[in-house]
Write a protein that binds this ligand. Sequence first.
Ligand code: HAM
Length: 432
Amino acid sequence: MAKNIQAIRGMHDVLPVQTPHWQFLESRVRDILGRYGYEEIRMPIVEFTELFKRSIGEVTDIVEKEMYTFQDRNGDSLTLRPEGTAGCVRAALEHGLLHNQTQRLWYQGPMFRHERPQKGRYRQFHQIGVETFGMPGPDIDAEVIAITARLWRELGIEGLELQLNTLGTSEERARYRDELVRYFSAHADRLDEDSRRRLHSNPLRILDTKNPEMAELVGGAPVLEAYLGDDSRRHFERLRGLLDAAGVAHVLNPRLVRGLDYYSLTVFEWVTDQLGAQGTVCAGGRYDGLVAQLGGRPTPAVGFAMGMERLIALLEARDRLPASARADVYLVVMGESAQGEGLALAERLRDALPRLRLLTHCGGGGFKAQFKRADRSGAQLALILGEDELGKGEVGVKHLREDKPQESIPLDRLAGYLSHTLGVQPPARNLP
Ligand code: HAM
């Protein structure tokens, strides 16, 4: 027998029992973003490799070792997007969305990184991201953070911590970087291999090391705070004031540097200790330099992205997801002669009650087998149509979740009965 082909490591199917969880989360996020006036943008999943090199940074883990890059048939180097910000800026620039206007955009979809898969870390994962353009002040930083705080509140997710830092301007960071290189060079013998490699290419990332043996050295390193200019300081202080005013608690984390190079000033992460090592469920910050870096006019920007798999894991662990019944009503059809009338009845009910979720039994089988399926569907009611019922012009109604006797309802009263019993409203046009 041929060997089964399996999914690629780190890339997962979302099975029908899980899809309602995804739909629930997606619809809640969409709803909240709509209430804040954000508009959806959809970008391709594949972009020119150059886009990610120029935005995320050549010397980052993502670009150095995690991208799915390939040559297409024209010989162009293309990459499956590892994140959404670069493509969103590219699209906004390409379509003139950034000229003398502000934008509040969001997107969702799969991202690809060739990381070592483990719980909460996948090679194909999904983000919902937000990007705003044209607003330089901390008010919009506070707004995007407030959106995330509202989302957790409305989803009933507790125990997330908002960590906040400022990275200053690129000039301030350059001076700080020199100081870091000096400090770490003086302790070169205590650097691990990764850090030695980063010493001259991306020394800020050394601060982000997960190696416990480096903790003491990193703990003694100079902090960026000391290199911030007045404007950067003021931006950060005002943001913190705004978050306080909005009741969004936060903690300062001077070691928060982020793994992508485009950030300036504000950076933040929402972190939980309930997911093991992969505890960041949402992250973002300001990136005032990126639009110009990709060929546009200087345009202030701030955004974030959340990891959908991690949020779903949190919701599942807390039992915060709606139970998923597939149907309200299951139609049991007994005997071949009832099949035609069964189909016609089902279509009439769907006309009369468009919100009714009606599952019709297909595939034959006796009463017992059909009721088993009816039960598994999660339906409240089973409708029974057999030769007896047909002869009398009625339908049997069995309550699957309640201890009530079976009823017989005349066919012409069935839609009204279902509407009343299940609270499924007929469409407005059918109302008298
Ligand atoms: P990021 O921190 O690379 O930022 O990713 C954002 C979130 O995506 C993470 O906090 C995490 O929840 C999720 N995530 C990242 N990698 C994986 C993975 N391998 N498996 C599962 N989940 C993952 C960005 O992507 C930026 N574009 C965010 C941003 C938007 N900044 C400004 N605008």
